[in-house]
Write a protein that binds this ligand. Sequence first.
Ligand SMILES: Nc1ncnc2c1ncn2[C@@H]1O[C@H](COP(=O)(O)OP(=O)(O)OP(=O)(O)O)[C@@H](O)[C@H]1O
Length: 330
Amino acid sequence: MSLLSVRDLSVKFAMRDNTVTALNQISFDLAKGERLGIVGESGAGKSITGFALMNLLSRPGFIDSGKITFLGEDIVQMPEAKMRNIRGNKMAMIFQDPMVTLNPVLTIGQQMVETLMAHRKLSKAEAKQIAIVKLREVYIPSPEDRLDQYPHELSGGMRQRIVIAIALLLDPQLIIADEPTTALDVTIQADIMELLLELCQSNKVGLILITHDLGVVSQMTERTLVMYAGRIIEAGRTREIINDPQHPYTQGLINALPQQTKPGQRLKQIPGSMPSLTAIPKGCPFSPRCEFVQDHCLIDAPETVQYANVEVACHEVNRLHNDKAEEIKA
Ligand SMILES: Nc1ncnc2c1ncn2[C@@H]1O[C@H](COP(=O)(O)OP(=O)(O)OP(=O)(O)O)[C@@H](O)[C@H]1O
């Protein structure tokens, strides 16, 4: 059984005068223990996807259609009380800012013990012991002492480690991490990612990692979804997507990576920007920024097709692929 299955999921925002589409019929699967990256520029719909999966969208956002099946159960139709239980026990979300999760007026120990006791039949002493074990797993030094500290007494990196420990407290099967290191000092970002990877692997926890950074995705995940204007425009094994991207947008993201730029050369940014939800172009949403655009790209939205080991939504994928092969031959 797959851990998660998303079919034709559409999310809309009810604005004052009209309704705009933030997610447009996205579909994907996640196997148990699998790690999936969701990448794309700001506004692509990555965070909205994370919130929809947790059934945490709030007005004006709502799931318009589609199905989300988690461990065999339909999340979209699930009553909120049951969903709250699943959110605590089976899936957890880690946000960019640790203070979204941590309560500033409670000690670390109070937060962890309360969470454990709310979901498990445990005495306070037992819950405290589990909290200490979990803090040790995220390499918090002197965990016994940390239990009595408040979040503001700890560094940003330490706070995010504690958030990871809280996410893992009830042994979830899925963690959704939305830019979990963006707010942290650059020097500790890699440590936190490494920790998350290690814990997901050792506990066989599925991971959905939301990030704009393809470099991070290549280190952390087995499969990747590339999102643009609320659609999945390319999906496949991370290795294939990084080494042989098929969609011009993915190619643009990879060309913009600092490692692709020679010293003294300017970063090759994709021209233009992500459209706002109220101005998504007709046809292929990427067409105004695409150097390979053809007339028909402006009229019809491309279907998703299987091509060279990935799924890709681009009218011109065949031509681009052949041109690239010719280039390599020459
Ligand atoms: N409450 C809201 N009302 C209206 N539009 C919204 C709301 N929240 C998000 N949006 C829009 O939904 C789109 C997708 O947003 P989302 O936060 O998922 O993007 P993202 O890919 O996660 O970007 P970022 O990397 O900046 O977080 C954006 O165009 C955003 O402006």
